[in-house]
Design a protein around this ligand. Structure first.
Ligand code: B3K
Ligand code: ZN
Length: 877
């Protein structure tokens, strides 16, 4: 690194702000495409809580035109301007500050702050984008009342939106008009939003439980208007669910969503004016898969739920991010579970956690859900803060029950509505509302790493008792060693020979209770004895995934198939299948490494045959039961891996299952055909398409023909993609045909083309790197669009076979792209470079090849803080 090392910020350094902003009036004067003047008038007073000197610190990096304090223009000598902002010394206890800046939104390719996209203007301010617009105390504990006036050309920017309610509009001059918005709620600057441009709205309304009418508007470019009906329904379902389950009502007269194609993440919860990635709003049966519909509904829910958990009560500082994100993810997961299948949702969420968060927690950037330090806050919008954060909130729920949890929520809002608070405040509300001690539980916030639970069972036939011996530990993570024991809710059941739950009575209890019991594991080693157990039971452990841990228990193979068939907890049935597959895959990896011939054990095949033949089961659940752990999951199961071996072994099992169960796959394929598209048939589509993909592994011609026909004729995107996926790794004419027809049919649809690019990059056929390079030249591709970069480069980086090509070509290519992207959009570059983070899992040669590329990236002049932080942590580990 030739430049100065970026600064590290520490949670412990928190100090309350010296000055607070009561009110801020913003005027955006859109002069032309490349020039916007921003005038800000702030009413400021000293914070009585602060003992700091009377220097006003403002964050900012925009071109500064003027600073006026109580009407007097300040000369440059009266303040200090530095790279990140402005310091004004000797300010009075209360004053009015006027600041004028100039920005060029079109040149802003970071998509952070005010930026241009297809001729329109949009903002993204969380966490620190507002400072790119004007000079301001850009920290979440400064909450002010905002008003926004936008002045712009009426032809080019007919629609002008901001937070809150529209209070006025008019003609500014011959060509320009103005609109003024006022947000009655105090908010931090990160929730500010502005949109200007040519847009159309789908309008509707919702009457809240107390009878208030709320206008609902979803804004898109005209071409997308026919894909927002589903999103509108999802908004209403979200509003209603939050009223019924949490007793929370919407608080403004209008709720707007704007969809934009260039966006760094899924969506943003700006007060009253959510801005969404088009991929998180648009959904029509012919362009969106069932999974897309599910995601759109979940993200709409998520952003809407932020209105209370995030906006009304926000974070004191960014280290507390999980306060709003973990809680809001928990809320959106519950929303989906209440509306659809709870077991299927739980399994999907745990799969995601295991595939994406467990590796993060075991890698070079491992951090607690409440991190202690960061270089670039944007790097901390992670699976850990979000998904593990949600698991932590779920554990309160498991420990306290729905009623106790809701009591905690109520107290949290009673104490903190309108405030910027901490994770400890949330924990205190949960503890105080229920009169329980959650001191030890705090370690979930401070310690990184995935805990390991090693459990052993001991049956005493004479005493008729069964004891579970539980040992907990947590691996060291960068900067943290010697972890303390966690408070872990461990949900267990004991199955009798007949497959039923035995009533559970812990030693010392007077009477037996229900078949599932939540044990409180607190010590490093602890035993729990159940009495009146008349037979040797099969334990069902960590039901519902009651804690984000790894579990070890030495089940026999036949016990795992018994659990797969009988456990009353659907999650545990799935989990037994995963544990069975894990054991098998590990054994096969060892065989492969030792040069032994691979064999597929009959017991495993029969366990899956039983699943396929269970015609009473929900097809969506069956499809999950029948899916093997992913290649990324397998990488986490072993200490050091050759990615090529992982691929070979997993393919061996899949091909074996295709062959051994061909009759059952065929039957599943036939039985789950659907006529016309019905949204509710999603489970059948997923099982049918899984069966099709298995069948195309056989040497028969008909599945290939069936896949081609399905791809060309399906009336919905799920089936089209299902067929494309089934053909993806087959070097056959049917695949060529489908790909050509798909790419030409959908060339004008940006989101569908993302699916296409992602298929190209995830193929297992030879020559993928060349195909990815060719795709970069496709007219529909641009590195400037985050969805495109993620679809092509992100998918390639997850391609176990080709990204990890033994000659290092995949690594060199991705490193080149990271450098190119870093100059355009550091946030996206930093996500892509994180795909190198499992470096230490790899065998020595690949590690060395990766290290070389990472060092090359780090040596680049002018590297962003974002990429610097990830790469330097990777290399230091
Ligand atoms: N709060 C935003 C995320 C902002 C990410 C900034 N890099 C979306 C969400 O979690 O709902
Ligand atoms: Zn969120």
């Amino acid at each position: 690194m030739s430049q100065q090392q970026p600064q590290i910020k520490y949670r412990q350094d928190y100090l309350p702000p010296a000055y607070l902003v009561d009110k801020v009036d913003l005027t955006f004067d859109v002069l032309d495409d490349t020039q916007t003047r921003v005038r800000s008038r702030m009413v400021i007073h000293r914070n009585p809580q602060s003992t700091a000197a009377n220097v006003l610190q403002l964050d900012g990096s925009a071109t500064l035109l003027s600073v006026v304090l109580d009407g007097d223009q300040l000369q440059p000598g009266a303040y200090q301007q530095h790279a990140d902002g402005l310091a004004i010394p000797d300010v009075p206890d209360s004053f009015i500050l006027d600041i004028e800046t100039e920005i060029d939104p079109v040149a802003n390719t970071s998509l952070n702050g005010l930026y241009g996209s297809s001729g329109n203007l949009y903002t993204q301010c969380e966490p620190e984008g507002f400072r790119k617009i004007t000079y301001y105390p850009d920290r979440p504990d400064v909450m002010a009342k905002f008003s926004t006036t936008i002045i712009a050309d009426k032809q080019k920017y007919p629609v002008l939106l901001s937070n809150g309610n529209k209070v006025g509009e008019g003609q500014a001059d011959k060509k320009r008009h103005w609109v003024k918005w006022v947000d009655p709620y105090r908010k931090p600057a990160y929730l500010f939003a502005l949109v200007a441009g040519k847009l159309v709205a789908l309008k509707d309304s919702y009457t809240t439980v107390s009878g208030r009418q709320v206008a609902l508007e979803i804004w898109t470019v005209a071409a997308d208007q026919d894909k927002v009906a589903f999103a509108m329904g999802a908004v209403k379902r979200s509003m209603q669910w939050d009223e019924t389950r949490f007793g929370l009502e919407y608080d403004l007269d209008i709720y707007m969503i704007v969809a934009v194609g260039d966006f760094n993440m899924g969506a943003m919860e700006n007060k009253g004016l959510n801005i969404f990635n088009t991929s998180a709003v648009l959904a029509r049966q012919d362009t969106a898969t069932d999974a897309d519909f599910e995601r759109v509904e979940a993200i709409i829910g998520h952003e809407y739920f932020h209105n209370w958990t995030g906006n009304r009560v926000t974070c004191r500082d960014w280290f507390q991010l999980s306060l709003k994100e973990g809680l809001t993810v928990f809320r959106d997961q519950e929303f989906s579970a209440d509306l659809h299948s709870r077991p299927v949702k739980r399994i999907e969420d745990v799969k995601k956690l295991r595939q994406l968060q467990f590796p993060e927690d075991a890698g070079p950037t491992a951090h607690a859900i409440r991190p202690d330090s960061y270089i670039e806050m944007n790097n901390f919008y992670t699976m850990t803060v979000y998904e593990k954060g949600s698991e932590v909130v779920r554990m309160y729920h498991t420990l306290l029950g729905e009623e106790g949890f809701q009591k905690g929520m109520k107290l949290y809002f009673q104490r903190h509505d309108g405030q910027a608070v901490t994770c400890d405040d949330f924990r205190a509300a949960m503890a105080d509302a229920n009169g329980v001690d959650l001191e030890q539980f705090a370690r979930w916030y401070s310690q990184a790493g995935t805990p390991l639970l090693q459990v052993r069972g001991e049956y005493d036939a004479v005493a008729r008792s069964y004891t579970l011996h539980v040992k907990q530990s947590c691996p060291d993570t960068p900067g943290q060693s010697g972890k303390q024991p966690y408070h872990i809710p461990l949900a267990v059941g004991l199955l009798g020979r007949d497959g039923q739950d035995l009533p559970l009575q812990l030693a010392g209890e007077l009477a037996p209770g229900a078949g599932t019991r939540v044990l409180h594991v607190r010590a490093a080693e602890q035993s729990f004895t159940f009495v009146n157990i008349g037979e040797l039971p099969v334990p069902s452990l960590l039901r519902g995934f009651s804690a984000p841990v790894r579990l070890q228990f030495d089940w026999r193979d036949d016990e795992l198939s018994f659990l797969m068939a009988n456990d009353s907890d659907a999650f545990a049935r799935w989990e037994a299948g995963q544990a069975y597959a894990e054991r098998l895959l590990k054994a096969l990896l060892a065989d492969h490494a030792a040069g032994r011939t691979l064999q597929l054990p009959a017991g495993f095949v029969e366990a899956l045959r039983a699943v396929l033949k269970d015609h009473a089961a929900d097809p969506a659940f069956k499809a999950l039961m029948l899916s093997l752990p992913s290649e990324a999951d397998i990488l986490e199961m072993v200490d050091v891996a050759d990615p090529g071996h992982i691929h070979t072994v997993r393919e061996f099992v899949l091909n074996g299952l295709a062959q051994a169960l061909r009759g059952e796959w065929h039957e599943a394929y036939n039985l789950n055909q659907t006529q016309r598209y019905q949204p509710a048939d999603g489970g059948r589509r997923s099982l049918k398409n899984l069966a099709l993909a298995m069948l195309t592994r056989l040497s028969d011609a008909w599945p290939l023909e069936a896949a081609e026909k399905q791809c060309l004729e399906a009336d919905n995107m799920t089936d089209q993609m299902g067929a494309m996926l089934a053909l993806r790794d087959r070097d056959v004419a049917e695949r060529e045909n489908c790909y050509l027809s798909f790419a030409s049919r959908w060339q004008g649809d940006a989101l569908v083309m993302d699916k296409f690019f992602s298929l190209v990059a995830s193929s297992q056929l030879p020559g993928v790197l060349e195909h990815v390079k060719a795709a970069m030249q496709h007219p529909a591709f641009t590195l400037k669009n985050p969805n495109k970069a993620r679809a092509l480069l992100g998918s390639f980086g997850r391609n176990m076979l080709h990204f990890h090509a033994a000659d290092g070509s995949g690594y060199a290519f991705l490193a080149d792209q990271v450098l190119a992207l870093d100059a355009i959009n550091p946030q996206v570059a930093s996500r892509i470079v994180s795909l190198f983070n499992r470096r230490q899992k790899l065998e020595a040669q690949r590690q060395a090849l990766m290290t070389r590329e990472l060092e090359r990236i780090l040596a680049k002049d002018g590297l962003s803080k974002d990429v610097y932080e990830i790469v330097s942590k990777n290399l230091a580990a």
